[in-house]
Design a protein around this ligand. Structure first.
Ligand code: CMP
Length: 225
């Protein structure tokens, strides 16, 4: 099970079983409790991590204390490589939003794989490229989309990664508080709550504790455009 999740990470995806086993042998398991911080923006970084269970939020804090979430990562997703490729401090704070299991690999152990196995380097380049693409989309949406449009888009994104189909619709357990959801959208809690309440009143979704049930995905998709 853990192996399946690890194998789905871009770091491993193109490796054959033998190489994947060897890479995994240099990794160690890390457990975090909900709310526990793994590292902070500005720390020195020397390891990459793959989430195998649970969720991790990556956030940045403004000088006035406001917080913005860059991403919410779930099983199979990796982070912590920027401080390897562009040596410098950690670019974000990583905090568990649920009890979480990660597999960690030191930058020193990863480096020989980058030169010895082009598949590993390719996997990491793919990850960097897709993250840049996503960041560009987010930046464009911050300029051109209104908050309800961004909320709709974020819910759809969460639903593709964490959604589980149910009789009513897609149940998405995001494990975020309303404040954190607003930080992920990049808007105030009040505006995000207003957008969510509007979607609920239209029958597009139902709100539950740290989760939503998407009842009308087509309407939500149209609103996200
Ligand atoms: P590093 O800077 O070592 O530590 C924080 C990590 O967060 C960083 O490496 C990346 O792996 C990850 N990260 C930074 N920015 C983003 C982003 N916009 N989306 C997803 N992950 C990110």
């Amino acid at each position: 099970m853990v192996d399946d999740v690890l194998r789905s990470a871009l770091l491993f995806r193109e490796l054959d079983d033998e190489a994947a086993g060897a890479l995994r042998a240099s990794m160690t398991e890390v457990h975090l409790s909900r709310g526990e911080t793994l590292f902070r923006e500005g720390d020195e970084g020397d390891r990459v991590y793959v989430v195998t269970e649970g969720k991790v939020k990556l956030g940045r804090t403004a000088p006035d204390g406001r917080e913005n979430l860059l991403a919410l990562l779930g099983p199979g997703q990796m982070f912590g490589e920027l401080s390897l490729f562009d040596p410098g401090p950690r670019s974000a704070t990583a905090t568990a939003v649920t009890d979480t299991t990660l597999w960690s690999l030191s930058h020193a152990d990863l480096t020989p794989w980058l030169s010895g196995r082009p598949e590993v380097a390719r996997g990491l380049l793919l990850q960097l490229a897709s993250r840049l693409r996503r960041s560009n989309d987010i930046q464009t949406d911050l300029v051109f989309s209104d908050v309800p449009g961004r909320v709709a888009k974020q819910l759809l994104d969460l639903s593709t990664r964490f959604g589980v189909p149910s009789e009513e619709g897609m149940r998405v357990v995001h494990d975020l508080t309303q404040e954190e959801l607003a930080q992920l959208v990049g808007a105030s809690r009040e505006t995000v709550n207003k957008a969510l309440a509007d979607f609920v009143s239209r029958g597009w979704l139902r709100l539950e504790q740290r989760s939503v049930v998407v009842l009308d995905v087509d309407r939500l998709r149209r609103r996200a455009r």
